[in-house]
Design a protein around this ligand. Structure first.
Ligand code: CP
Ligand code: NVA
Length: 306
């Protein structure tokens, strides 16, 4: 087993099935008020180069609920990669903590952090990937649809870190992954090619959102401008204008389709109020499941490696 959780691609399907089972178990325990402290005395350092609500809160609350402690290191605190080398800070943090979670810009930096860290490193988002998000998403789909396999997932919008992670999970769970993405905003080429050639799923890029969403079980979207791209926001609003998830688009999907968004949402841009607040929307279940799915990931990595 890998020491770190950097990319969904690194783990076999069975690993995710175990995560879903543990997530269900810890979710039930939390809901029933059962005290469950398998990580008593353990600590996690959380390094953030970018802002966060869900990731920071769910990891911090998750560690506390498991009997451990999470240390929040804000963008200005350790200034990763600036005050000292990534290898040095990885060695130092590993001496104090049992686990590291990091949200960084450059994906190469999280790989380096993991290489020099003696404790597990969890990817809390990089410019390239957002694996914890898509694990929680799949767990949410399992809860709402009763299965993970052979669903049509229509991802509408930017071929970003979330889209890349969907491509990675499509190599583990067979699906019809339909990407409605405007020209010039495709996902990472290598990740796309690897997913297509893995032959597990049926994957296509559509330049028309209606074709992408036709008969979908799940419509998924994310912001048009990700963290770090703010200077391109105005151009992106124009380039993505035909890729909004709205009522008209929802009618093209299956009648029992669910709508997902990793959040934060820019209401009125990539998704309308009508859709995100509709009975089809599961966005807050999805946000809640970050907590349960990540607790499962932490338990699995820490109990294996400690
Ligand atoms: N979905 C997600 O990762 O949210 P935050 O950026 O608020 O952590
Ligand atoms: N693609 C978005 C996801 C936020 C959770 C970003 O990187 O900003």
């Amino acid at each position: 087993m890998e020491k770190d959780f950097i990319s969904i691609y690194d783990y076999p399907r069975e690993w995710f099935e175990e995560i879903f089972e543990t997530a269900r178990d810890v979710k039930n325990k939390t809901k029933s008020g059962e005290v469950y402290h398998p990580l008593k005395g353990k600590t996690m350092a959380m390094i953030f180069q970018k802002p966060s609500a869900r990731t920071r809160i769910s990891f911090e609350v998750g560690m506390y609920q498991l009997g451990g402690y999470a240390l929040y290191l804000a963008p200005d605190n350790i200034k990763i990669g600036e005050r000292e080398s990534i290898s040095d800070i990885a060695s130092v943090i590993s001496r104090y903590n049992d686990c590291i979670m990091a949200r960084l810009f450059d994906h190469k930096h999280i790989i380096e952090l993991a290489e020099y860290s003696s404790v597990p490193v969890i990817n809390g988002l990089t410019d390239l990937l957002h694996p914890c998000q898509v694990v929680a998403d799949m767990f949410t789909i399992l809860e709402h649809k009763g299965k993970t396999d052979n669903l049509k997932i229509a991802y509408i919008g930017d071929g970003n870190n979330v889209a890349n992670s969907w491509l990675n999970i499509s190599t583990k769970f067979p699906m019809n992954l339909s990407l409605g993405i405007p020209e010039g905003y495709d996902p990472d080429k290598d990740i796309f090619e690897r997913a297509v050639t893995s032959d597990v799923s049926n994957i296509q890029i559509c330049r028309d959102k209606f074709s992408a969403v036709k008969d979908a079980d799940v419509i998924y979207t994310d912001v048009w401008t990700s963290m770090g791209q703010e200077d391109k926001a105005e151009k992106r609003k124009i380039d993505f204008k035909d890729f909004q998830v709205n009522d008209e688009l929802l009618k093209t999907a299956k009648s029992d389709c669910i709508v997902m968004h990793c959040l934060p949402a820019h209401r009125g841009e990539e998704i309308t109020d009508e859709v995100i607040d509709s009975e089809h929307s599961v966005v807050f279940d999805e946000a809640e499941n970050r907590l349960h799915a990540q607790k499962a990931i932490i338990i699995k990595l820490l109990t294996y490696f400690l």
